[in-house]
Structures are given as structure tokens and as C-alpha cells.
Design a protein around this ligand. Structure first.
Ligand SMILES: Cc1ncc(C[n+]2csc(CCOP(=O)(O)OP(=O)(O)O)c2C)c(N)n1
Length: 325
């Protein structure tokens, strides 16, 4: 039995997941046009994790993301048009077009940043958790990361430090099966990631990352634990990614029909509909309305980004360097 959620909560969660999906599906097409510079890593397929986690958070809870960060940004409330403009390198972007896909951040929303360095989020999240602990308002610092990051020393140190200082840090590990092009069964020694996090003394829950309700329920328990002064915790979610590691990845390392099969059997949006339509708590026409409004938003985001001015050369260095004198 899943935790009960109101109709508004469920519709809100569906809207977020659908927004992430359409943002990514559209970007996949737009990148082919050659108009977008830089590397992009799409999150499509993993939406239930970002949304199931962030549905519990407010702007004072801080999250740290990865190179595959669009889903975390949207779920945490970042402005979708500002994100699209950022990816297009426009002056209207959330980082004035200087960071691109892998450096989207919005401190006002408690989104401390995507990050191109695998594993770098761990120490940042512990810092966020320490500041939350000192503030004493029951807030948390959350580190999203893939199973590749779990082999990084910085993440081990972060987990250890979080436990030693009893900080409300929560490590979310999204197992999408691969680190770049290497299967998790090869790259993760011992394979059982939950045992690793438990080894650091973190309360750990494993759940299906393609099931919004499973993620939401697991997070309710972990947040209750970490917000109440019990220290750090971890969630290990099995999920899948629908695109390559980066846009342009030929994906020769995947089974021929793997993505097609996952799109038909492990799609978190389909699962959400299957779980919530039969009871009538949400209706197909409500979901259709959301679909239409999301498509409209993404269309506008792309058109506005395309038409926005690029960041002028003379502003390129502004906000990049800081003087401590
Ligand atoms: C410290 C560091 N080492 C290597 C890389 C190159 N790299 C970029 S993404 C990636 C794989 C990360 O895999 P995972 O953490 O599972 O995240 P996913 O891509 O599956 O979301 C690697 C090795 C990097 N960016 N930073």
C-alpha cells in the first residue's frame, strides 16, 4: 500500500514528470539541428526519481545534481524557459548562458547546481546538510548521483563525514545501468550498493526508481529520519535511461531492443497512469490537459530561447571570477 496523496499532489507530480520527459524528448530533436553547443546528457526514463524525491522538498532544502541534471532542476522548481535558454547559451538563461546544460543552478530554488565532475556532489551536499543542521530548521542537503559516482573516493569521504558530524545529508543513488558505456555489473565491485551505504552507517532504503509511489514513500521515511536529527541516509533506486550517455552516443554497448523494451515495460509515466487512473483519483482528461499545457510550455521555451540574444562577448567574464580582497 502506497502513502496516500491528494489529487492535487498527484497531478502536480504528473506535471513535473511530464515536463521533464517533454523537455528531454524535445532537446533530443533540437540537438540534432546543430544549434546547441556543448555536451548534453538526457535524464528521460529517470523522472520518477527526481520528482518522487523533490515532491517532499521546499526551497530551503538544498539539492546538488550531476551532469545529467535537467530532471533534478525541473523537479526542484527551476524555471523551464530559463533552463532552455541556458542550454541554448542565451543571455536570458539561468546562468546567463555561460554554463550550459551541465552547470544549471538556481540558488533561490535550493538547486545548488548540476556538476560535470562525477562524485563532486557528495562533499557539496554534506556542506549543505551541515548548514541545514546549524540552522536547526529541519532542512536537508540532498546529493543526487549515479552508480558511477559511488566508486569515487570523494563520495566515500562525504558519506563518512556526514555520519561523523551527524549531518542531515541524503544520498540518492540512481542506478540506470551504466557509467558512460560501462555496465554497473562490471564497474561496481561487490555490486550491492546498499551494502556500501549501510557500511558507512547510513540508513538505507532500496526501491524501484521507475515507480513514482515507491520513490515517494521511500523518501518520506528517509526524510523523516534525517530531518529528525538521526543523521545521514541513502536511497538506492533502480531506474533506466531512455537515451545514450550523451547526445550522439551510438549506444553500441546496449542490447538491440533494450531501450524499446524499457520504454514499453519500465516507463515511469505509464506506471503512474496505471497506478492512479483506475481509482479515479485522477482522470485521463486531467492528464490530457496537463500534456497539452506542458507541450505548449516546451514549445514556447524553445522558441523564446532561439530568439533570445546570445551572451555578449564583453559579458563573458562577468560573474565568473570573484575577488576576495
Ligand atoms: C571525476 C570524473 N571522472 C570521470 C568523468 C567522465 N564521466 C562523465 S559522466 C561519467 C559516468 C557517470 O556515471 P554515473 O555516475 O552512473 O551517472 P550517469 O551518467 O549514469 O547518470 C563519467 C565517467 C567525469 N566527468 N568526472
Amino acid at each position: 500500500m502506497s502513502l496516500q496523496q491528494s489529487r492535487d499532489q498527484l497531478l502536480g507530480a504528473y506535471r513535473q514528470m511530464k515536463t521533464i520527459r517533454e523537455f528531454e524528448e524535445r532537446l533530443h530533436k533540437e540537438i540534432m539541428t546543430g544549434e546547441i553547443a556543448g555536451f548534453t546528457h538526457l535524464y528521460s526514463g529517470q523522472e520518477a526519481v527526481a520528482v518522487g524525491v523533490c515532491q517532499h522538498l521546499d526551497t530551503e532544502d538544498l539539492i546538488v545534481s550531476t551532469h545529467r541534471g535537467h530532471g533534478h532542476c525541473i523537479a526542484k522548481g527551476c524555471n523551464v524557459k530559463g533552463m532552455m535558454a541556458e542550454i541554448y547559451g542565451r543571455s536570458t538563461g539561468l546562468g546567463k548562458g555561460k554554463g550550459g546544460s551541465m552547470h544549471i543552478a538556481d540558488f533561490d530554488k535550493g538547486m545548488l547546481g548540476a556538476n560535470g565532475i562525477v562524485g563532486a556532489g557528495g562533499p557539496l551536499a554534506v556542506g549543505a546538510a551541515l548548514s541545514a543542521k546549524l540552522d536547526g530548521k529541519g532542512k536537508v542537503g540532498i546529493c543526487f548521483s549515479g552508480e558511477g559516482s559511488i566508486n569515487q573516493g570523494a563520495v566515500f569521504e562525504a558519506m563518512n563525514m556526514a555520519k561523523v558530524i551527524n549531518a542531515p545529508a541524503i544520498f540518492i543513488i540512481e542506478i540506470n545501468g551504466y557509467s558512460e558505456h560501462t555496465g554497473a555489473s562490471y564497474s561496481v565491485g561487490g555490486v550491492d550498493i546498499a551494502k556500501r551505504t549501510e557500511g558507512f552507517g547510513l540508513k538505507t532504503i532500496e526501491a524501484d526508481g521507475c515507480d513514482y509511489h515507491a520513490v515517494y514513500d521511500a523518501m518520506a521515511e528517509l526524510l523523516d529520519y534525517s530531518r529528525s536529527g538521526n543523521g545521514p541516509s541513502a536511497a538506492v533506486f533502480n531506474t533506466t535511461r531512455f537515451f545514450g550517455h550523451y547526445e550522439g552516443d551510438p549506444q553500441n554497448y546496449r542490447e538491440k531492443n533494450e531501450v524499446k523494451d524499457h520504454r514499453s515495460t519500465r516507463d515511469c509515466l505509464k506506471k503512474f497512469c496505471k497506478d492512479n487512473l483506475p481509482s479515479g483519483i485522477v482522470t485521463q482528461s486531467e492528464l490530457d490537459e496537463i500534456d497539452a499545457s506542458v507541450m505548449g510550455l516546451i514549445d514556447e521555451a524553445v522558441t523564446e530561447a532561439r530568439n533570445a540574444p546570445p551572451t555578449p562577448m564583453e559579458e563573458m567574464e562577468a560573474d565568473v571570477y570573484i575577488s576576495y580582497e
